[in-house]
Write a protein that binds this ligand. Structure first.
Ligand SMILES: [Zn+2]
Length: 187
């Protein structure tokens, strides 16, 4: 769940085409298939055209737009792995949206919870990925990484800026970090 602004540019065509191709490949990956199966079981099936490549002007890799679909930022995803991870992250948001009828994205606690789960369950913060980003604090790195990224996402939510975001994140951390549905445990 991020704020996305899309705009077109001739230069972006190739990146978008590459991204579209990687999206199609990603739909065949076991984790994406698993999440789509569980979305269907929960009553919210998503078709292949739910996923789109766009150009983004923010630093996010993708976004989930409730009721519309998942976008992957062609200008922010270079490798297949980036696209798989972005789609997995956004599918966790779609799953949360589906299973909780009263989920309110403007509610800082709700949004924080879904970001914690998406960060944890998508592998956003696996060690190798953090190393590539230049963060090499090994002890506790995974949770620190998730927290950092949750706060980045929350910063685009006008209802939970600054220190409010951190307080909400900490208040729901344990419950949401340990909620690994639809997985038995974090993949
Ligand atoms: Zn997110």
């Amino acid at each position: 769940m991020e704020e996305i602004a899309a705009f077109s540019s001739a230069d972006a065509d190739k990146a978008l085409k590459d991204c579209e191709r990687m999206i199609q490949k990603s739909l065949k990956s076991p984790i994406v298939k698993f999440l789509r199966e569980h979305l269907e079981k929960a009553g919210c099936p998503v078709q292949d055209n739910f996923f789109k490549a766009i150009k983004c002007d923010k630093f996010h890799a993708g976004g989930y737009i409730p009721g519309e679909g998942i976008v992957v930022c062609g200008n922010r995803t270079e490798m297949q792995d980036d696209v798989n991870q972005a789609i997995t992250h956004e599918l966790i948001h779609a799953f949360d949206d589906c299973r909780a009828a009263n989920l309110d994205w403007t509610d800082c606690a709700h949004h924080a919870c879904s970001e914690i789960r998406a960060g944890h369950l998508s592998g956003d913060c696996h060690f190798k990925r953090e190393l590539l980003r230049g963060f090499i604090n090994i002890r506790g790195h995974e949770q620190e990484c998730i927290k950092r990224r949750v706060l980045t996402s929350l910063s685009s939510n006008p209802f939970c800026s600054g220190s409010t975001a951190k307080d909400y994140m900490e208040s729901v951390w344990d419950v949401c970090y340990n909620d690994t549905a639809p997985f038995d445990r974090a993949p």
